[in-house]
Design a protein around this ligand. Structure first.
Ligand code: GLU
Length: 297
């Protein structure tokens, strides 16, 4: 199967040093495999979209020399496809009337992402007099079916129990927007993505996505999560934690910084041409090392 990779930024601000690391890793992986590299604008959460930031991100990618292949996809234009997938999930989906506060009060258990685990209130039907606000996916009861394991090319073997670590999760939110978990699975499958390279903050979402792929009959892609960049307070660098836009007047500087973070030896590159040569060779070596590690494990 030909390699198809992708970078899927949410347009909630400009590209910053953290998101550049994910973009660079997915770009290098696609190029080293002679594959295509798609860019998808994940503006499914329209409430968080910052006008102009998608164009800004795309312009920054071009300036840095990361030109995508094929057509750009915008999630905000694809809600019909998410609706179809949700219909296909049939009896695995249920309407949920609970507010966040009700879930927190009834749950008593926190999931791996720090949010209260859904206590199952509406799982077998809405309580009398209540209306559905969101749609949720039923996860299997605790046991062999609820445990999802996969191999990550950077982090090794990863395993999560959907019943005890996550709970029934949202597919369509109370504000009417489709949830990231569903949109990303539908789009990766419809775009024929074979390899997902992204930040480790999404490692925890991968079992949910694998489970959805299984229910929808989609093939599972390979995964490689790269470490996330932190700020001085140890928080993941993001627009919420105050990451600033990249200064791309001298593209070599942010590129070298991102590559250095990934442990790629690009120090002696003095032109962007040299940078790409060094970075591709270094990424290939890194993949070879992780494969050796996995073979010896
Ligand atoms: N849109 C997500 C983000 O910007 C990335 C999704 C993904 O790579 O699966 O954090």
């Amino acid at each position: 199967m030909p390699y198809v990779g992708r970078f899927a930024p949410s347009p909630t601000g400009s590209l910053h040093a953290g998101s550049l690391v994910a973009a660079l890793a997915s770009f290098l992986d696609a190029r080293v495999h002679g594959g295509s590299w798609l860019v998808r604008i994940e503006d499914v959460d329209e409430a968080r979209t910052v006008p102009g930031s998608a164009d800004d991100i795309l312009q920054t990618l071009r300036t840095l020399g990361m030109q995508w292949d094929g057509e750009l996809i915008w999630q905000s234009r694809r809600s019909g496809l998410y609706q179809q997938a949700c219909t296909q999930l049939g009896e695995h989906v249920f309407g949920c009337a609970c507010t966040r506060k009700e879930i927190e009060q009834a749950s008593g258990r926190l999931g791996s992402d720090g949010a209260a685990i859904y206590p199952g209130t509406c799982r077998n039907g809405l309580p009398a007099g209540r209306q559905a606000r969101a749609l949720r996916l039923k996860v299997p009861p605790p046991g062999p079916d609820s445990r999802i394991s996969f191999h990550d090319q950077w982090f090794g073997d990863v395993s999560q129990d959907l019943a005890t670590d996550v709970g029934d999760f949202v597919l369509r939110r109370a504000d009417g927007y489709w949830a990231y978990q569903l949109a990303v699975v539908v789009d990766d499958a419809l775009q024929g993505v074979t390899d997902i390279v992204r930040g480790a903050d999404l490692l925890d979402s991968t079992p949910r996505q694998l489970y959805l792929q299984r229910l929808l009959g989609y093939p599972a892609p390979r995964y490689l999560h790269v470490p996330t960049v932190s700020n001085a307070r140890g928080e993941k660098l993001s627009k919420q934690t105050g990451a600033t836009a990249l200064d791309v007047r001298n593209p070599l500087q942010p590129l070298k910084q991102a590559a250095g973070f990934l442990g790629l030896d690009v120090e002696d590159a003095v032109t962007t041409g040299m940078f790409w040569q060094r970075a591709l060779a270094a990424w290939e070596r890194l993949l070879g090392e992780t494969q050796e590690r996995d073979a010896g494990a």
